[in-house]
Ligand binder design. Structure first.
Ligand code: NAD
Length: 376
């Protein structure tokens, strides 16, 4: 089996989908790995590191056209897609539900697409493949570091001969995978941390990290599969009101709230931004083209308001910890490769509970049911 690894094309993407450690494991089990020139260099994995473990460094065309499986992170440009061959497998984090027409075009070319965000996350044998968890965790860590970097004070309390400095107060809204890692990181830096979520089950996780859980007025915001549900308009208004008070008492607010299949909920309104203490820093991990958790946040942009409030629209924070994030991403990909490669053949058992969701297209058909629905 020949596996090609592409260099990412977006200027915001510094990760690589396969690291030298995973190449070592693949070559040891008889696979041939072709890495596009300097694919890993933004993540501190250099061509020599790959060749040292048996990979071949090639140009993009060779990585694309001479291989059975092509691995990447983001959806590449149309020129790359045009070069894919009949029967080839592509694996990446494509957010395929947002680009169903493109995925359908690949199905028509008889390219099998595995789109990592489609993984059914509650099946335990799929956990080693869960890139959403591995990358959210990295993003949550980085969010706390970005906040501490912008904050012109210490995070911990400092008692010195020159006086005492008060600790920073950090509020984390949305305490899933990213939020919990942001809480853990801010705690380790010495801040006073509180967390808020509409899923009552997250209380125990927040408290186990030594943070305070702020109880939501939403009766039970849990939806399916461990995720939150979409709130009603009344619930959302009540939530925005209660959050305004919590926000005004903190120095830093990190937001991570998402509801699968919907645009991110607005947790911090314009009024909450206006009424925040001057100097407050918001880091919005949910910032996207669709909007974010904080009014006015924009992905990849940092804004400072007239009231001296800073809003960081965090785009792709996992990419800013490119080495560790790539290492984890690669391990997730290795788990998928091991799942679909049997000896020297690629197998797609579409009756398997993991593959029937994870596979977007195979043999000319759209396989994932949510994607099929999106195309109806
Ligand atoms: P996510 O990225 O979809 O959302 C992040 C957080 O935002 C969640 O905790 C969610 O409850 C919260 N949120 C959504 N709307 C909100 C609102 N209006 N106000 C406040 N908070 C809001 O979720 P995620 O972090 O990927 O996962 C969430 C949870 O799912 C995890 O904590 C875990 O319990 C579960 N999960 C389970 C598995 C598994 O079983 N293998 C895998 C992944 C996640």
């Amino acid at each position: 089996i020949k596996i090609g690894v592409l260099k990412e094309q977006s200027p915001h993407e510094h990760r690589v989908s396969i690291d030298p450690e995973v190449v070592k494991r693949l070559t040891k089990s008889g696979k041939k790995v072709f890495i596009e020139n300097s694919a890993g260099s933004d993540a501190n994995f250099f061509d020599v590191d790959y060749t040292a473990v048996g990979a071949e460094i090639v140009d993009r065309k060779t990585a694309l056209t001479t291989t059975d499986i092509v691995v990447m992170i983001d959806m590449p440009d149309d020129e790359t897609l045009a070069a894919l061959k009949d029967g080839q497998v592509v694996i990446g984090l494509f957010n395929s539900l947002t680009i169903p027409a493109k995925i359908e075009m690949l199905a028509k070319k008889n390219v099998s697409v595995i789109s990592m965000e489609l993984l059914p996350r509650t099946i335990s044998r799929a956990q080693t493949m869960d890139v959403l968890s591995s990358q959210s965790s990295v993003a949550g860590y980085k969010a706390a570091l970005i906040a501490s970097d912008l904050y012109p004070k210490y995070f911990p309390m400092m008692i010195t001969a020159a006086g005492t400095v008060k600790p920073a107060k950090v509020l984390v809204l949305g305490t899933g995978v990213a939020g919990l890692q942001a809480i853990g990181t801010a705690k380790r830096l010495g801040a006073i941390v509180s967390g808020y979520d509409v899923r009552p089950a997250s209380r125990g996780e927040v408290e186990s990290l030594g943070a305070t859980f702020l109880t939501s007025s939403v009766a039970n915001g849990a939806g399916n599969g461990g995720y939150a549900r979409q709130l009603t308009a009344e619930e959302q208004a009540a939530q925005q009101k209660e959050l305004a008070d919590f926000i005004a008492q903190n120095d830093i607010v990190i937001t991570t709230a998402q509801v699968p299949g919907h645009k991110p909920p607005l947790l911090v309104t314009d009024d909450s931004v206006t009424n925040a203490k001057p100097g407050t820093i918001f880091v919005d991990l949910a910032a996207s083209e669709l909007g974010g958790n904080v009014a006015g946040s924009q992905p990849f942009k940092t804004i400072t308001t007239e009231q001296h409030v800073t809003i960081v629209g965090a785009g792709n924070l996992a990419s800013q910890v490119s080495n560790s994030a790539s290492q984890l991403f690669a391990k997730n990909i290795l788990a998928v490769l091991n799942y679909i490669i049997d000896e020297d053949t690629v197998q797609f058992d579409l009756t398997d509970d993991v593959l029937k969701d994870l596979v977007a297209t195979h043999k000319g058909d759209i396989v994932n049911p949510r994607l099929r629905k999106a195309l109806d």
